[in-house]
Design a protein around this ligand. Sequence first.
Ligand code: MG
Length: 384
Amino acid sequence: MKYLYIVGSCGSIGTQTLDIVRDNPSDYKVIGMSVGSNLELAEKLINEFKPEIVCFRNEEHIQLTHLEYNPVIVFGDSGLLEIAKYHKYDNEVFVNALVGMSGLMPTVEAIKSKKNICLANKETLVVAGDIINQMVKDYNVSLTPIDSEHSAILQCLQGEKKEDVKRLIITASGGSLRDKKREELVNVTKEMALNHPNWKMGQKITIDSATMMNKGFEVIEAHYLFDLPYEKIDTILHPGSIVHSLVEFKDGTIKAELGTADMHTPIAYALRYPNHDLMTSHNLNLFGLNLKFEELSFERFPCLKYAYLAASKKGIYLAALNAANEAAVYLFLNDKIKFLDIEKIIYNEISKPIYENIEYNLENIVYYSKKIMQEIIEKYEVKH
Ligand code: MG
């Protein structure tokens, strides 16, 4: 039996993780859950899985929710940390399905309380990859990716030597705007950008896919997960979303992982790693597959270039990259800026020399992330 803590349990990854728990009740028990603002769904899931501890966004949300039993109730960002710290069982797994920077400190606390981590929150590794990797070693826990690309790479690397790897090739569907030329992006609306052709995901990551910042984050995640230099991490456009990523070896062998565009399989693998023994109903039909690949252009998708740039500058630049993106996507979703302003805001932030001399530690990562987000949001909310 594994004891699960799922933060972000009402989101896309959270609900799909709960599908797996529902189908495998003798293997998994949910001990902690955090819920978002969809209170109808929250109420249904809490009453179904009856976790011991529940985190709501705020006090008002608990008043509006009818629970059939009496769990420990906590609130807000501090509540997320309490879920991460809650400790009762030997075999505890922390599934981090939060979106954005708010996912970092819960990961840190969960590692400290000796929980194994299944990570869907990519910002954790983007902003603090070196620190998290050191903590995983120090506390002797495991960290397994839920992201489909990294799940694919992890599978391709099983039984292989790192020295034999020529490069990782991360696939990108191209997002909702992949068929548009640069000049057509000027007047892209929120609705157009949110309409992803292959994957059903939350709003933030759908916009990140349209700008290709999501792929940039995944390059950085891959660097920290697989301990390979950025020169050995490539990206490729693959509109079919069938091949979830590939690994090329020195002798010319290329290994790939294929599957449907559905997160149940990567979640199942993260929970059961290195086993493939959890039944899911997602079977890929091999007939008529679209296995087309194309070059992913930095000129068409500058955010990808900016991710490599911030990664080469390291340290607080990675927090700046993420914070600027998070603020810009928030502003775009609230109709405060245009689509192409997102990349400009990001480039402006990571071009500032001031971050060079700031020490890379958790305190500064959290402090500067908040500061950058606040400053960008205030600037555009007042101005426009
Ligand atoms: Mg992904």
